[in-house]
Design a protein around this ligand. Structure first.
Ligand SMILES: Cc1cc2nc3c(=O)[nH]c(=O)nc-3n(C[C@H](O)[C@H](O)[C@H](O)COP(=O)(O)O)c2cc1C
Length: 161
């Protein structure tokens, strides 16, 4: 079965997670950046589609939301996995419901929050200024969850009877 992993990433963490998922899955796996590659993919070619991205200021990428809405009917016919990246672990159920269509969440075989990281050196001056005020300092934030990425891979690899 062919698999497509669609990700939306600003500083690279969701991309890293997508790459880790691709390494962990068997078979023919392709990765697509929602901004650059998705338009070129024909979803009919894939049996499994995995999609996700990072939360910034309470929102996931508009392109990812549009992709999920526009392709909802097709995605409902696929093995589907949805993931979120972010550093806020509160109310994850609500976060998923806020960012992704309910029908897709109900039909997904895998749903995981992969945590995230904020590295000040990777941010531009405006972001650093903003983040410094929100986080009350310039400490990097690390809440990466490799075990959740592994759980996602396992759930996607499990063939239902
Ligand atoms: C400006 C900014 C705003 C953020 N806002 C949120 C947020 O609202 N909720 C959250 O859980 N994480 C938030 N984060 C953390 C990101 O989701 C985290 O840095 C993630 O690893 C980014 O993934 P990416 O590199 O794929 O974009 C924010 C990070 C930045 C830099």
């Amino acid at each position: 079965m062919r698999t497509l992993i669609v990700y939306a990433s600003k500083s690279g963490y969701a991309k890293e997670c997508a790459q880790r998922i691709a390494q962990g899955l068997e078979g023919d796996v392709e990765i697509a950046d929602i901004k650059k590659d998705t338009a070129r993919k024909n979803l009919a070619d894939y049996g499994m589609i995995l999609a996700g991205g990072s939360v910034r200021a309470g929102h996931v990428s508009g392109s990812l939301r549009k992709f999920l809405e526009a392709n909802k009917e097709v995605l409902l016919q696929k093995r589907l996995g949805l993931f979120l990246c972010g550093t806020d672990p509160d109310n994850l159920e609500t976060q998923f419901e806020t960012h992704y269509p309910k029908e897709l969440l109900d039909s997904a075989i895998a749903k995981e929050w992969f945590g995230g990281k904020i590295v000040f050196a990777e941010q531009n001056a405006i972001m650093r200024f903003m983040l410094k005020r929100i986080l009350k300092g310039e400490q990097d934030v690390h809440v990466e969850k490799p075990e959740a990425v592994q759980a996602f891979i396992t759930a996607c690899s499990t063939v239902s009877e």
